[in-house]
Write a protein that binds this ligand. Structure first.
Ligand SMILES: N[C@@H](CCC(=O)N[C@@H](CS)C(=O)NCC(=O)O)C(=O)O
Length: 232
């Protein structure tokens, strides 16, 4: 069986993992989840009790949740280093460092913005405070990431890697929440433009938009079927 990547829309961080599967170039399937609807239903807890995407169904039918666990799974299958680097190399260490930075503080900085947007009956003053606090944190994490970006074309070296995949799904939240202009961080803005022009990222964006372009993905599986076959 081919692995199945469960991805969320709209604007899921999982978009970057679809690009990563395309960079890997091995057959896989996708399962589309509406994060504002079906991901919140009790049935989805059989896939992830924390009601989050992404999730991966491995070829032997196990459910793997958490972005960094899924990137580790991809890395282990990337024998020719299409989206990573030789284990133990300085490039692999830097890739892991950047992925961890983006998946923790950088991504988490946006959480109060999502909460303020999605929570029902939230006090207006509390919502404004949450947005202010989050904006300061998002800007700080962007400042730190800008410092970490080198003169190389991608986060690590001259071709996209898993670090770029983890970044590209999340980086667009800056504009979505209207925190600041992306041009404020020129190195990051140039990197994002380069990635957004990458065929695999364009493929992932098209999939997210509901299109069905041709790629390494061999098809979609319905969420109900995935829950029934692989859920706990
Ligand atoms: N720690 C998880 C976090 C994943 C995460 O935050 N996913 C978001 C979508 S990008 C989510 O599902 N949020 C729950 C929601 O929207 O209610 C990981 O790294 O995979």
């Amino acid at each position: 069986m081919e692995p199945i990547l469960i991805y969320g829309f709209p604007l899921g961080s999982s978009m970057g993992l679809i690009a990563a599967f395309e960079w890997l170039g091995q057959p896989y399937q996708l399962c589309r989840v509406d994060m504002l609807g079906e991901m919140r239903l009790p049935s989805y807890a059989r896939i992830n009790p924390r009601h989050e995407t992404p999730a991966l169904i491995t070829p032997d039918g196990r459910v793997v949740t958490e972005t960094l666990a899924i990137t580790a799974w991809l890395e282990a299958r990337d024998r020719t280093h299409r989206l990573g680097f030789a284990p133990g190399s300085p490039e692999a260490d830097r890739m892991h460092q950047l992925m961890a930075f983006v998946n923790t503080g950088f991504t988490a900085a946006f959480s109060p913005l999502w909460f303020a947007m999605e929570a029902r009956d939230l006090d207006r003053e509390l919502a404004a405070s949450l947005r202010k606090l989050a904006a300061a944190r998002v800007i700080d994490r962007h400042d730190r990431l800008e410092e970490m970006i080198s003169a190389e074309p991608y986060l690590v070296g001259s071709r996209p890697s898993l670090a770029d995949a983890v970044l590209i799904g999340v980086a667009r939240w800056l504009e979505y929440h209207g925190v600041a202009e992306s041009a404020r961080w020129p190195k990051l803005a140039a990197l994002r433009a380069r990635l957004e022009a990458d065929p695999a990222v364009r493929y992932a964006l098209a999939i997210e938009a509901g299109e069905r372009p041709t790629g390494a993905c061999t098809g979609h599986v319905a969420l109900a079927e995935v829950i029934e076959r692989f859920g706990a």
